[in-house]
Design a protein around this ligand. Structure first.
Ligand code: MN
Ligand code: MN
Length: 461
């Protein structure tokens, strides 16, 4: 009967039961690189800037220098306004044979400063915020925050602003009520306990010397002016993001987990990036996308619905074929994280089809919610193809669904890629505490996602 069981039944395995010593070292090595990247990339702009540094070191040049179609082995990149990045390595086959594209996103939930953020109340200085992406607001109070971004000046120059990353810098906080006086607050739902307009960042308390109102606001503005030469009006054309100030750390006594902010989806972004930087002579052209704006619907010029993608692929085609021809023969891995089964909250998942930590890269045939609404739903053939790729490449993988059928759901850029007539499937790292200020992943799954990305780029067919 055991033999029969082995042949007929599908039995997923814990990844550590199949890992040898050599591969364990490779896994640790890869995760160190990822943790360094995540530490340096606190915003989408920084994620792009760090990726460009790595790409240039690996011999990638600006796509603007491309004359004619991309040549076999040629490596190019394009930074879309510093907030999204596209990279490509020329394949042996022409662009008319299609390309292999992997699409992750580098934006993450956060608190954006409003355009007129600064105010004073009861002689304390504050910065107003408008949250970006799906957050549980109560998680963002009483934790250390940093502010990163740019201010664009009227003369066309931009000032880069980073406060709180350097250990010598001050940091910020959004205060919360003490439990002693939270009787009313504690009766509210988690959704209403902390309101959006109350997510104001404490920015200073010392008044400017002299008399009159608004002296703390003036003092805070004066400090910003000392540091960056900007005025309150310059903040109107600034993009400033308050992000958690936690360090990226190994978690668990066995150090098998990674804790850090922004792992959705920089964990997959780094996996594709590491994979394409090591791709030399693929059969079909390899394309890597680090997209922006996924967390707010992929709209905007740096989001995945933007024609910026068409512009880039047209450059790669160099007039040798139409975009439609190239798209029709392409294959896309929409590389985004999925929810890991949380044993503390098993009620939201259906165990048999939920992703588990340490079981490898998670394939999602579909995303969406309640009746697959809004899903791209990859074909059986495509799932079969990815199974083969991963098995041949020694990649541990698992098939998964985000949560229980009626519980909710989510989406990725898979829709936007499929809309272009590109065969698309979701695959990525299972995450615990997704969208929180400190997300958890398993090193094994991070590493296997990288191996999956590599296997896709290096596919023979
Ligand atoms: Mn995501
Ligand atoms: Mn997300």
């Amino acid at each position: 009967m055991d033999e029969m069981k082995k042949t007929l039944l599908y039995e997923p395995k814990n990844g550590y039961d199949r890992l040898d010593a050599a591969e364990r070292m490779a896994l640790e090595d890869y995760c160190r690189g990822y943790m360094d990247y995540l530490s340096a990339a606190r915003t989408e702009r920084e994620a792009v800037a760090e990726a460009v540094k790595l790409a240039e070191k690996a011999g990638f040049t600006d796509v603007e220098s491309l004359t004619g179609p991309i040549r076999p082995g040629q490596k190019v990149y394009w930074s879309n306004r510093g907030k999204a990045l596209l990279l490509a390595v020329g394949g042996k086959k022409p662009m008319s044979a299609g390309f292999v594209v992997e699409a992750a996103h580098v934006d993450a939930p956060r608190l954006d400063l409003k355009q007129l953020p600064l105010f004073e109340d009861t002689e304390l200085g504050y910065l107003r915020t408008h949250y970006y992406g799906g957050i549980k607001k109560y998680q963002w109070t009483a934790i250390p925050l940093e502010i990163h971004g740019v201010a664009a000046l009227k003369d066309g120059s931009t000032v880069e602003i980073v406060i709180g990353r350097d250990p010598a810098d001050p940091q910020f906080v959004i205060t919360d009520l003490l439990p002693h006086l939270a009787q009313d607050q504690m009766q509210k739902t988690l959704a209403k306990g902390v309101e959006g307009e109350k997510l104001c960042i404490l920015a200073g308390s010392v008044p400017y010397a002299g008399e009159g109102d608004g002296r703390v606001k003036l003092a805070v503005m004066s400090l910003l002016n000392d540091r960056y030469g900007i005025t309150e009006e310059d903040l109107i054309s600034a993009e400033l993001e308050a992000v958690p100030a936690f360090e990226v750390r190994e978690l668990g006594l066995d150090r098998s987990l990674i804790g850090g902010y922004g792992q959705d989806d920089r964990v997959c972004a780094y996996a594709e990036l590491a994979a394409i930087l090591e791709t030399e002579n693929p059969e079909r052209t390899a394309v890597c996308i680090l997209a922006d704006k996924e967390e707010i619907g992929s709209y905007g010029v740096t989001g995945m619905t933007s024609q910026a993608f068409e512009w880039f692929v047209e450059k790669l085609c160099g007039g040798t074929c139409t975009l439609q021809e190239s798209f029709a023969h392409s294959f896309c891995v929409s590389a985004d994280v999925t929810a890991a089964l949380d044993p503390m909250y098993p009620e939201v998942s259906e165990k048999q089809n939920a992703a588990r930590l340490n079981y490898g890269v998670g394939f999602c045939k579909f995303t969406g919610s309640r009746g697959k609404s809004g899903a791209s739903d990859a074909s059986a053939e495509l799932v079969g193809y990815l199974r083969r790729l991963c098995d041949e490449g020694g990649v541990a993988w698992q098939m998964c669904e985000l949560g229980k059928v009626d519980q909710g759901g989510g989406g990725t850029v898979a829709l936007d890629m499929a809309m272009r007539n590109i065969d698309t499937i979701d695959a990525g790292v299972p995450v615990l505490s997704m969208h929180s200020p400190f997300e958890t992943t398993a090193k094994f799954d991070c590493y296997m996602t990288y191996k999956c990305m590599k296997a896709a780029y290096n596919a023979r067919g």
